[in-house]
Design a protein around this ligand. Structure first.
Ligand code: HH2
Length: 286
């Protein structure tokens, strides 16, 4: 078993760019129905503006998504609709953004278009299981992949939120999916794993995963944590915008201190500032 200390410090992307860890991944949802920012960035110009603001704030990567995966009320979208949402934004980002783009999709056809527009990371919440073309696409193009744990579809999360030992089960799943990816020929140095907070998990499960994060990190892959604005944060920290932000920052700081490499966030500026502080404390210098 690889030890947490051997987790890579950076991710070399297919275009030669390097993503240094820990890194902030800024969320850019181009959807009408995402749970916290649905409809805000459907207009490509507004989406671009937001991406540039997150980049300026220090986000290391921008995650573009055209399908909401929220637990209740998300509508599944077809390839054409998802492409119609993300393509104009990807075209603008390709011309303007300096930091890499990741594409949050379960569809190989959408990932393919995004990669043609310069995206370097495929963020697949189904861990290459929804579309059999996704793995081969990642191998062929040399893109990095985020393999996330989820059970059932986004629409039936609650039914699947049953575990005997959530950390062991999620860890076992991530290990199996990363082996599968490696067997397909995806370079192990381009694999990122994610316990999928909130996806078929109750607040108790999310907390167990966060406090047992070192066991996921011990798999030896960079770990991504997406806690931003999720229900368990609201339940614990409080539902007002300030409480939610404080709750997100607390989770993200602890996740980084416990070995997470990437935090996926809506509030890039605040998250970057908090991350800088954590890193300075961990290193003992500013
Ligand atoms: N969470 C969401 C979407 N994509 N990807 C990864 N790797 N990890 C996550 O935790 C994750 C994710 C859900 O959050 P959001 O994008 O804000 O909402 P929606 O799916 O409704 O667009």
């Amino acid at each position: 078993m690889a030890s947490a200390t051997r987790t890579p410090r950076r991710l070399k992307l297919r275009d030669g760019r390097v993503l240094e860890f820990p890194a902030v991944m800024g969320v850019l949802n181009v959807t009408p129905d995402s749970f916290s920012d649905g409809g805000q960035f459907l207009d490509p110009e507004r989406a671009l503006e937001h991406a540039l603001a997150m980049e300026a704030a220090g986000a290391g990567v921008i995650d573009v998504g055209g399908e909401s995966t929220r637990p209740v009320g998300a509508r599944t979208v077809g390839v054409e609709e998802e492409l119609a949402r993300v393509t104009p934004v990807l075209e603008l980002l390709e011309r303007t953004l300096r930091v890499p783009v990741s594409i949050d999709t379960r569809k190989a056809a959408v990932a393919d278009v995004a990669l043609r527009h310069g995206a370097a990371i495929i963020n697949d919440v189904s861990a290459l299981s929804a579309d059999s073309e996704m793995g081969p696409l990642a191998r062929r193009t040399g893109s990095a992949v985020v393999l996330m744990h989820m059970r059932g579809g986004p629409e039936d999360h609650a039914r699947f939120a049953r575990y005997r030992d959530v950390v062991s089960e999620v860890r076992g799943y991530l290990r199996a999916r990363s082996r599968f990816a490696e067997q397909l020929g995806i370079n192990r140095r381009r694999i990122i794993v994610d316990p999928g907070l909130g996806f078929a998990k109750t607040a108790r499960h999310n907390l167990a995963l966060l406090s047992g994060l070192y066991r996921i990190c011990a798999l030896g892959y960079p770990v991504l944590i997406g806690a931003s604005r999720k229900r368990f944060v609201r339940q614990i920290a409080g539902d007002g915008p300030r409480e939610v932000l404080a709750g997100n920052l607390a989770v993200n700081c602890l996740a980084i201190a416990n070995g997470a490499s990437i935090i996926r966030v809506h509030d890039a500026a605040e998250s970057v500032a908090a991350m800088k502080m954590v890193v300075a404390v961990m290193r003992g210098r500013g």
